[in-house]
Design a protein. Structure first.
Length: 343
């Protein structure tokens, strides 16, 4: 069996690709220097904006990955979307904002980014939000690129295997940020990531990286013992020196004002785990399954909350292990998590 790119690192740790500016070039470089596997976060970027990030990564290491959002359109319940928009409008108006109530759709420039990666191959491309098609997998294979699919269930893992992916990123329900499920309409029950890993391995024989709820070395060990070859960490890097995390978000992760996380569609229309704040408490009950339409609807609201330094209106992505996040270099964090498991 061919060795997967993320298994060629000194330490069995992956720095999660956190889109939207959180995973910076400095963060990926720090992960690489520590001996972990860095991922360039390609979500929310055009191919033109992604290209220099990949070029920067090549200056640090030859062994890295690029993560893309695979399109996964779902029908929008227009009445439910309109009701959500109407409820948000007066709250936005208090901040001096006027929202566009018309649903906005996009495919996150997916085809253009795939074309760029075909013309400028990288060692590994991973997909989240949907399983890549067999055609895309084959085209990437043709240029020497390995492909990994983010999965959350054994059924998704089987689909990925059938379409020819080389590896799986198993994401447990306790991960921070968006769920990578290929079925965004489903409810997600709370389970330990190690249990999901075992269920996937019982049905699919592919290399696995696993993440979700990682709060320290003991969790890394548990996931490796469950059968993962590598562990994905994201939330534990949010307060690192190199992360692009907003100061308001950093402070909230350490604040006693925030005591729990929750999966919610309120911010973007796709289930994502965040610290529970006023926005979640107000809008979760009427949140609609409509990504990326809700993402675009709330984008200016969240941007204003960030500008105002208001944690109650901001999407405070966090996995259940968020209390383990601390201020330090990402290089230090990755080394501490993986040193005793060095390959």
């Amino acid at each position: 069996m061919t060795t997967i790119a993320f298994e060629k690192t000194a330490l069995p740790i992956i720095g999660a690709p956190m889109a939207g500016g959180t995973t910076t070039p400095d963060l990926t470089a720090a992960v690489a220097r520590a001996g972990g596997f860095p991922f360039v976060a390609g979500g929310y970027l055009t191919a033109e904006a992604l290209a220099p990030l990949i070029d920067r990564m090549r200056e640090t290491t030859e062994n890295f990955g690029v993560n893309l959002f695979a399109p996964n359109p779902v029908p929008i319940d227009r009445a439910a979307f309109d009701a959500f928009a109407s409820a948000l409008e007066p709250v936005a108006a208090e901040r001096g904002l006027t929202l566009n109530p018309e649903p906005v759709d996009d495919d996150d420039h997916y085809a253009q980014k795939v074309d760029y990666l075909l013309a400028h191959p990288v060692p590994l491309v991973s997909m989240t939000f949907n399983i890549p098609t067999a055609e895309v997998v084959a085209r990437l294979h043709d240029v020497g690129t390995q492909v990994a699919a983010t999965v959350t269930t054994p059924a998704e893992a089987r689909t990925g295997a059938e379409r020819g992916v080389d590896a799986l990123i198993v994401q447990g329900p306790r991960a921070g940020g968006h769920s990578g499920t290929a079925d965004p309409t489903r409810s997600i029950e709370d389970r330990a990531t190690s249990d999901v890993v075992r269920d996937v391995l019982a049905e699919v024989d592919l290399p696995i990286a696993a993440g979700g709820g990682v709060d320290g070395v003991e969790m890394v060990e548990a996931l490796l013992q469950a059968g993962a070859s590598t562990v994905v960490v994201g939330t534990l890097l949010l307060r690192t020196d190199e992360a692009g995390t907003a100061e308001t978000h950093r402070a909230a992760l350490a604040s006693d004002d925030f005591t729990e996380t929750q999966l919610t569609r309120a911010f973007t229309g796709r289930l994502a785990r965040a610290l529970v704040n006023d926005f979640v408490r107000t809008f979760d009950s009427i949140a609609v399954n409509a990504y990326p339409a809700v993402h675009h609807l709330t984008k200016s609201f969240r941007a204003q909350a960030k500008k105002d330094g208001d944690p109650q209106g901001l999407h405070l992505w966090a996995g259940t292990g968020y209390r383990g996040a601390r201020e330090a270099s990402a290089q230090t964090i990755v080394k501490e998590l993986g040193a005793q498991f060095a390959r």
